[in-house]
Design a protein around this ligand. Structure first.
Ligand code: NAD
Ligand code: DAU
Length: 351
């Protein structure tokens, strides 16, 4: 049987590493090429367990370098792309918006263009899968859910750059016939997430008895999904999703930030043998994020009914597994929080 060569971008990052591991282990008939430039968020340690697999190749490179990308596509003749590489942190997009445009918009455009150059004469059996976010829909009020037909209304430079990249994917579908699929997912959590994001940041700070910074009044709401369940959704959508369709992916699991951090504190007290309530004393309300979206919540009924996907763990199970992962991977946490992370933290939290 002919081996299918699939490009996964951003595979050394948080979600990407789970997706690469899942595809390399589950589909020996695929050759998985992981392209990553290894920013602060990308780490080859995340893929140690599969780095010698026969059906896996790592390529170090930048999606925003168009001549490099064109040459890479010519060399490997990728039949499919699963595109996760991005600048992904909202707070960083507020201080560095141009970088977000370069990576998330121009990088995506380079991949689309290289894919078009290869296959525009015959798209049979080809697929470009773009991984996007629910943040493109902007913010919800107290009620309602994001559906696949909710109008785009992004509020941060991050979400604006992701919205723009989604539009380019659709435009390549309409204009050149490029077969694509897009998914827009809610907040992920789990092992290997860089500790700039709320959950691993709080786990790390609790371990070190440092303050837990809650933006504004803490009533902002997110819909949390365990990262392995996102990887399984990506598998379903990649294999069975309809061409030129969008799928919303979410956990049907809304938490205000303050309630979530309190739950995390309870779990950590038990795991660290601390007195009940000790970690909660670390909570500090701090200056709000500019343009902070009040609430995200996904209507995932389309992927559930069409592709028979649903989350496999409850939030408490997922959070417990996540805490256990960070506590038993203290070296990983230590290595990613040394060096530049300290400068980032000082600037972001004005320490
Ligand atoms: P991440 O920041 O952990 O990882 C991003 C990866 O992309 C890193 O390995 C980084 O080195 C790589 N990268 C960045 N710029 C690159 C470039 N120019 N060239 C090549 N590689 C580059 O991000 P994540 O949280 O794993 O998110 C992955 C994707 O999923 C992103 O597209 C993000 O928008 C989307 N998403 C994330 C979430 C979430 O909760 N984390 C939810 C929905 C969608
Ligand atoms: O919804 C999907 C998105 O989820 C992804 O597209 C993004 O890549 C991902 O970073 C995430 O974005 P958020 O901004 O929702 O995630 P973050 O972990 O940064 O913040 C979650 C909530 O917690 C948000 O309301 C801001 C708040 N927060 C965050 C940090 C880092 C705090 O209160 N304090 C903090 O220190």
């Amino acid at each position: 049987m002919k081996v299918k060569t699939i490009l996964i971008t951003g595979g050394a990052g948080f979600i990407g590493s789970h997706v690469v591991r899942h595809f390399v282990n589950s589909y020996k008939q695929y050759h998985i090429v992981n392209l990553d430039v290894l920013t602060y968020a990308g780490n080859l340690e995340n893929l140690k367990d599969i780095e010698d697999a026969k059906n896996y190749t790592f390529v170090h490179g930048d999606i925003s370098d168009d001549s490099f990308i064109n040459a890479l596509f010519q060399e490997f003749q990728f039949e499919a792309v699963i595109h996760l590489a991005a600048e992904s942190h909202v707070d960083r997009s507020i201080s560095e918006p141009l970088l977000f445009a370069k990576t998330n918009i121009m990088g995506t455009l380079n991949l689309l263009n290289a894919f078009k150059e290869l296959w525009v004469d015959d798209w049979t059996g080809k697929r470009f899968y773009h991984i996007s976010t629910d943040e493109v829909y902007g913010t919800l009020g107290e009620t309602g859910l994001f559906t696949e037909s909710t109008a785009y209304d992004p509020n941060s430079p991050y979400s604006a750059s992701k919205a723009s990249s989604d539009h380019f994917v659709r435009a390549y579908g309409e204009t050149y016939g490029l077969p694509y699929v897009i998914s827009n997912c809610s907040n992920n959590y789990g092992g290997f997430q860089f500790p700039e994001k709320l959950i691993p940041l709080c786990i790390n700070n609790i371990v070190h008895h440092k303050p837990l910074p809650i933006y504004g009044d803490g009533k902002y709401t997110r819909d949390w999904l365990y990262v392995i369940d996102h990887a399984l959704a990506i598998d379903k959508i990649f294999h069975d999703g309809k061409n030129n369709a969008t799928y919303n992916v979410g956990g049907n699991n809304e938490w205000t930030n303050i309630d979530l951090v309190k739950l995390l504190c309870e779990i950590m007290d038990v795991k660290l043998n601390r007195a009940k309530g000790e970690s909660q004393k670390l909570i500090q309300f701090v200056k709000d994020r500019p343009g902070h979206d009040l609430r995200y919540a996904i209507d995932a009924s389309k992927i559930m009914s069409e592709l028979k996907w649903q989350p496999s763990v409850t939030f408490k199970e997922g959070l417990m597994k996540t805490v256990e992962w960070y506590l038993s991977n203290a070296e990983w946490l230590e290595s990613v929080t040394s060096g530049n992370y300290q400068n980032y933290y000082k600037t972001q939290y004005q320490e």
